[in-house]
Design a protein around this ligand. Structure first.
Ligand SMILES: Nc1ncnc2c1ncn2[C@@H]1O[C@H](COP(=O)(O)OP(=O)(O)OP(=O)(O)O)[C@@H](O)[C@H]1O
Ligand SMILES: [Mg+2]
Length: 358
């Protein structure tokens, strides 16, 4: 790669994944040779700031965002953030073919029909036309994304107070789709599932031919494992967290009890994943799922990958958001790569977005 190009390449917006356990920042530079991850930073978020997907303390979050950006050296002020979990609803609907302007009016007047909100005045929404309906070409498939204004405003305020501008408000599952598209080759009809298991939230995203066709988020993830260990071993939350993330060195035989206990505590997560995939299979005609890709901090639970693979009977592997995307060795420590691959999928997907995108 030509170094000069690194500076002349288009600097896109900076992706900021606001997770309940940590913030992840990804700055991507696009060149004629492809994308380069120029910067990646993570900063912990203390407990209590985002609880069950709800922002409880916007000013504390703002201070962390500010510090993260100061440490990052990013010059751009335009950022891309995302909503997930209960704060956002993604709904696919099929309507008669019409002009976009008419569709906009129709959705304004009738969105309440499709969305579980009592008062649409309290809701921000947007839509995108996916294309002709597969079974009936006189109809088209549309995806509606909606979020309560209060939820959106909390995050906007936190970012604005940090001196930054939200250029795009995305959704976690779409960011995963963007990241997947930039890294993986796929056939038109190929179905894969990305399962992003974080601290509070697990996000399931079924992608067919590079397009998200089914998403589901649920509030059971890594925190549930920590809580389970806390109860089982009568230890503090910090101790349980340490046992979970460090207490299993290389699968030593002596530690099989702990490994099994961790997997037991992960059972509710696995069951929900299985239920969602069963639901998808029964609703969408049981098409073959080629791969499950795991992402998120909790995808590192020892034995989880093979356990899930067996339960779902689908080949399962860890996702690699840097499969095709290069990284800037001057700014990013090679030792951090494994961690970036695990926790960086959403932030990288957000960082790939350009101004003017929809
Ligand atoms: N080696 C490890 N083994 C098991 N769990 C781990 C490991 N490393 C991190 N985790 C867990 O991963 C979770 C954090 O993952 P991630 O950064 O993807 O979540 P987040 O984006 O902050 O949260 P969310 O998206 O749920 O709000 C925590 O629950 C943490 O305990
Ligand atoms: Mg997350």
């Amino acid at each position: 790669m030509d170094l000069k190009e690194l500076f002349t390449g288009t600097k896109q917006l900076v992706g900021l994944d606001i997770g309940s356990s940590s913030l992840k920042l990804a700055e991507i530079v696009s060149t004629s040779h492809g994308h380069i991850l120029n910067r990646f930073l993570q900063m912990p978020v203390p407990l209590g700031i985002i609880v069950d997907g709800v922002l409880e303390d916007a000013s504390a979050l703002s201070a962390i965002i500010k510090e993260l950006f100061r440490n990052s050296g990013c010059k751009g002020k335009g950022i891309v953030i995302s909503l997930s979990g209960s704060s956002v609803i993604v709904k696919k609907v099929t309507l008669a073919q019409m002009e976009e302007a008419d569709l906009r009016d129709l959705i304004r007047d009738e969105a309440g029909k499709y969305l579980p909100f009592d008062n649409m005045d309290d809701v921000n929404y947007d839509f995108q036309i996916l294309g002709d309906n597969e079974h009936n070409p006189s109809q088209m498939d549309i995806i509606i994304v909606a979020a309560k204004k209060t939820d959106v405003d909390g995050y906007l305020d936190a970012v604005t107070a940090a001196g930054l501008t939200v250029a795009i408000m995305d959704v976690d599952s779409f960011a995963l789709e963007t990241m997947y598209e930039a890294n993986y080759a796929f056939e038109d009809n190929e179905i894969i599932v990305i399962v992003n298991i974080g601290a509070n939230l697990t996000n399931i995203n079924v992608i067919k031919g590079g397009m998200s066709i089914f998403t589901r988020d649920f509030n059971v993830a890594g925190n549930a494992i920590t809580e389970g260990l806390q109860k089982k071993y009568h230890v503090s939350a910090d101790e349980a967290e340490r046992m979970k993330t460090e207490g299993v060195p290389g699968g030593e035989p002596g530690n099989m009890d702990l490994i099994n206990a961790i997997l037991d505590c992960a059972d509710p997560i696995c069951s929900e994943i299985e239920r969602s995939i069963d639901y998808f299979r029964s609703t969408f005609g049981g098409d073959d799922i080629k791969h499950v890709y795991l992402s998120g901090g909790s995808s590192r639970v020892v034995g989880l990958k093979s356990h899930l693979s067996q339960r779902l009977n689908i080949e399962t592997e860890l996702i690699n958001p840097l499969l095709k995307i290069e990284y800037n060795k001057k700014n990013i420590d090679t030792e951090k790569l494994d961690s970036i691959k695990t926790i960086g999928a959403v932030a990288i997907g957000l960082g790939l977005r350009k101004t003017g995108d929809k």
